[in-house]
Design a protein around this ligand. Structure first.
Ligand code: SF4
Ligand code: FES
Length: 363
């Protein structure tokens, strides 16, 4: 079991596909150090093996070293999911001394113009390359994460080259998943079917060529799928997320399901929320499933797909994931993919506090 600890929604970058909710939590509501330390101990007691420190940008929190040390003491494997732009050698050394075991560094593109434009942060791309060198010099394993979409997919080969150059052990090539900010920017991000096919060819060839050098994880876009992914490995089965203010979520995007309520670890123990909360039990297992999932032989393989996507597309999180070709809503997804991948839109609505209602802007 894994815990995603979203320490803050503050972030110097403004990626238009951010998985954080449109209503970003403010600093005043963030959990204190002692509250996070208790939550980390409770996560370990519950059976979590690893914690991914994320955000927003987790290095914004000045107590990150203390939290890494607390997690390590609780027996959790620690991973830092970061944009890297706020890290320097001294901070990284303190994190390593606290027990940090892995760094997951996000890139917005393979080169400066695209990277800085998509992230909305000038100088970010070069800083990330410097941080990658620091991470390797510190002896930590490194995953390079590239979120791909229509505006950077032509540089996929260069992304894989970059991952090798910086000494990453693993590259994560993740197509945008369309909830929250990404849903808002879907018409500027959706790749065409031809781009997706080309992407898959490049990844397949690179996996062969880079065997023993680079492991490549590849997340395809649901919009062109026939069967859905097993999102979160099934709702409430092996993943939990704690938001900056302590809300415990079965999925990092669960707050996009606006008609659900989530309990806080400030008020109830993690074990109690995991076992008894209405949010975790709502879509756990198979009893909640409608047809065609209920009588489908894949229901314990993909668990009916993604609840956030069902809500985003149909307004009802309890429907079969429209990514499934057997869903009566599948056409909605296909139509959106075809029309929006052909859209003539490059501008983004950048992820910022208070920007949820804004119109797209150029960087
Ligand atoms: Fe999965 Fe439901 Fe589609 Fe079957 S019908 S493949 S269980 S989403
Ligand atoms: Fe939330 Fe799939 S992203 S269940």
């Amino acid at each position: 079991m894994a815990l995603l600890a979203e320490l803050t929604h503050r972030c110097p970058l403004q990626c238009p596909y951010c998985s954080n909710p449109l209503n970003l939590e403010k600093v005043a509501g963030e959990m204190r150090t002692d509250e996070w330390l208790r939550a980390l101990r409770e996560a370990a007691d519950l059976g979590c093996m690893q914690v991914h420190f994320s955000g927003g940008e987790p290095t914004v929190r000045t107590d990150l070293e203390e939290l890494v040390a607390g997690a390590t003491e609780a027996g959790l494997y620690t991973n830092l999911i970061t944009s890297g732009v706020l890290l320097d050698e001294a901070r990284l050394a303190r994190l390593v001394a606290a027990g940090l075991e892995h760094v997951h560094l996000s890139f917005q593109d393979a080169e400066v113009p695209g990277g800085d434009r998509i992230g909305g942060y000038r100088g970010g791309h070069e800083k990330k390359i410097a941080v990658a060198a620091m991470v390797r010099a510190a002896g930590l394993p490194l995953t390079a994460n590239f979120v791909v979409h229509r505006q950077n997919v032509d540089r996929l080969e260069a992304m894989l080259d970059l991952a090798v150059e910086i000494g990453a052990h693993r590259a994560e090539i993740a197509n945008v998943q369309y909830y929250g900010w990404a849903l808002k920017n879907r018409a500027a991000l959706m790749p065409t079917r031809a781009q997706l096919d080309h992407m898959t060819e490049i990844v397949t060839a690179a996996r062969e060529r880079l065997k023993g050098v680079l492991v490549i994880d590849y997340v395809v876009p649901d919009y062109y799928a026939q069967r859905p992914k097993s999102c979160m490995g099934g709702w409430g089965r092996r993943f939990l997320n704690i938001s900056p203010s302590g809300k415990v979520l079965p999925c990092h995007a669960a707050e996009t399901i606006t008609n659900m309520e989530f309990d806080s670890v400030r008020q109830r123990s993690l074990a109690d929320i995991w076992a008894n909360s209405s949010a975790f039990n709502r879509f756990r297992g198979t009893d909640w499933m409608p047809e065609p999932c209920r009588s489908c032989d894949r229901k314990e393989i993909d668990w009916g797909g993604c609840r956030c996507q069902a809500f985003a597309i149909t307004g009802d999180a309890a429907r079969t994931d429209p990514a499934c070709g057997l869903s009566v809503d599948h056409g909605l997804l296909v139509d959106a993919a075809v029309s929006e991948s052909a859209a003539d839109r490059e501008e983004f609505v950048y992820r910022r506090y208070g920007a949820a209602a804004k119109e797209p802007v150029k960087a």
